[in-house]
Design a protein. Structure first.
Ligand SMILES: Cc1cc2nc3c(=O)[nH]c(=O)nc-3n(C[C@H](O)[C@H](O)[C@H](O)COP(=O)(O)OP(=O)(O)OC[C@H]3O[C@@H](n4cnc5c(N)ncnc54)[C@H](O)[C@@H]3O)c2cc1C
Length: 194
């Protein structure tokens, strides 16, 4: 690893370590390429840290809770006296699931000899990317680049995401219980909330 304005040459530079990026990086490394993977967040991206995994973990816990309150149980002769849930414990369990899977992703990245660089990357020309992170400023010259930086929700005109009244999907799932929720758009994420 070189710090400053010295340029490191890589075969494949992958920008973004979500499921799109880290899988592509591992495959390129398995095919014998020298691969550098860059992310300013945690390996695993939206899916592992804000999206699919935490959401499915919480849905699974809430489904089990719901089952214990079901009238169907009573009709089967099963009586559950008092069931309650503790939101903080549920969150801690969900985080444990995420952490375990995140450790697996980090092991896969390291085990396939993909160099992981933590920082924000941007193009300085058609062949080079600069990365700013805790290691300072790094510069990479690549033969091939895979852009896997994911997507952000577009705000509605006149309504910005304030984290209070208007939320993006990624900041409402793991941390908040919404009392009233209006879903805008039809996609896999919104369907999961229904
Ligand atoms: C609540 C929720 C539930 C979801 N549930 C499902 C589901 O059940 N099934 C399903 O198929 N999909 C689901 N999704 C969608 C899924 O999370 C995304 O499709 C998937 O994460 C996209 O992967 P990606 O690698 O393209 O991008 P991301 O996972 O978003 O990864 C992009 C990465 O790029 C990094 N990055 C961006 N810009 C830079 C930069 N300049 N420098 C360095 N790093 C950068 C980010 O930090 C991030 O880690 C869900 C999403 C949400 C929000």
């Amino acid at each position: 690893m070189v710090v400053g304005d010295v340029t490191t040459a890589v075969d494949v530079l992958v920008l973004g370590a979500g499921p799109g990026g880290y899988v592509a990086a591992i495959r390129a490394a398995q095919l014998g390429r020298h691969v550098t993977l860059i992310d300013h967040g945690l390996p695993g991206g939206t899916c592992l840290h804000q999206g699919c995994i935490p959401l499915k973990a919480l849905l699974s816990a809430s489904e089990r809770y719901q089952q214990t309150r079901s009238e169907e149980l009573t009709s089967m002769g099963i009586y559950v006296e008092a069931v309650s849930f503790d939101w903080a414990s549920m969150q801690a369990w969900k985080q444990g699931v995420v952490d375990r899977l995140a450790a697996g992703v980090r092991r896969l990245i390291a085990g396939n000899r993909v160099e992981y660089v933590h920082g924000t990357g941007w193009f300085i020309n058609a062949q080079e990317v600069r990365v700013e992170g805790e290691h300072g400023s790094l510069r990479f010259k690549f033969e091939h680049c895979i852009i896997a930086t994911g997507a952000d929700a577009a705000p509605l005109s006149g309504l910005s995401f304030d984290g209070k009244h208007f939320h993006q999907e990624s900041n409402c799932c793991p941390v908040l219980i919404l009392q009233h929720c209006v879903l805008y758009r039809q996609d896999c994420v919104n369907w999961a909330f229904r």
